[in-house]
Design a protein around this ligand. Sequence first.
Ligand code: CP
Length: 365
Amino acid sequence: MAVTQETMIVDVDGETIDISGVIQPIDGDASGKNLLCMQQLNAEGIQPYIDEAYAAELIIKNRSRNGINLLPHVVLKAVMRQPSTRTGGSITTAMRKLGGTAELISGMHSSSEAKGETLADSWVAFATQADIIGTRTAEDWGPALAAHAINEAVEYGQLWQRVPVINLGDGRNEHPTQALGDLFTIHKRFKRFEGLRLAVVGDHERYRAHHSLMLGAAAVGMEIIVVESPAAPIPSSLVELLGANLVARHGDLDIAMADTDVLYLGRNPDEYTKKDDEDEEIVRREKARSEQLAADYEGWIVDYDRLQRMKPGSIVMHPRPRRDELNPDADSDPRMKDVEQMANMIPMRMAIIARHLGKSIVEHV
Ligand code: CP
């Protein structure tokens, strides 16, 4: 999942692309750039999103305003090729709160791909209809393929504008808008990142929200504890990128809970478990992985009683949807921030849309 010189060439749905041309560093200026992965951002690159999200929140919580007319007639298309309750809905709400219009496409049942259109052609078609595209794909680097196809169409003189692509979750790879919203939630609670300790629990191999959050948390100076299963460890490329910020790796949730400021849970993403393949060895390995991981998740269930082991003032986050790993009986504990975390995605996604279209909300508060 991590981007290295060797992995700049990726295979997306049978198409080999060089993603180096679409993954620009996002420093002070995000205007016109794609947001594809957290490696585009360092601490200085993350802070403007936080500042803009604070401003967006002030505006939408002001009942006499409810929003801001920053992007009139500007169109966002949210193309959700995988199911979503939160992300697709919140990015379209975010665009409407900015005065623009937004269309949510859930699933591809009405797409001309059914007539044999390629993914790349499909992305160029959407780019003729929108000023910014957000997308979720089942394939790792699916949004990079979209950005690549749009780039080519611009270079060939076929498209008149380069439409920024925002990754709303790509397969087992990344979920950068979730991570930025998660960092905003942490900042709202602690007013800093430096020196805070984050414990992340679950499948670290295939859960994209974990990948993006860990990269973002390391960039802003947080210490990271990974509670992991031997069946789904943190990828070695990610370990390398986290460097000294990764302070511990083990499978003991209780030790991690006692020693952390932010506990981050995620469900078992078992939709990626391969249940049939011509290669029997792959099926056997997937079955063993799945059984081990399910057993480890059983030992990581957080409920109200277990939550009492955490420090007062610490917080618990979960990107949702949740399953058994987070018992609803914990919801009343003041440390639970997962609903606020969801709500925080609206101002953060307003910040992301505004910044990638070259606008600032801060100056309109
Ligand atoms: N957190 C998150 O990505 O939720 P959805 O899958 O519902 O969008």
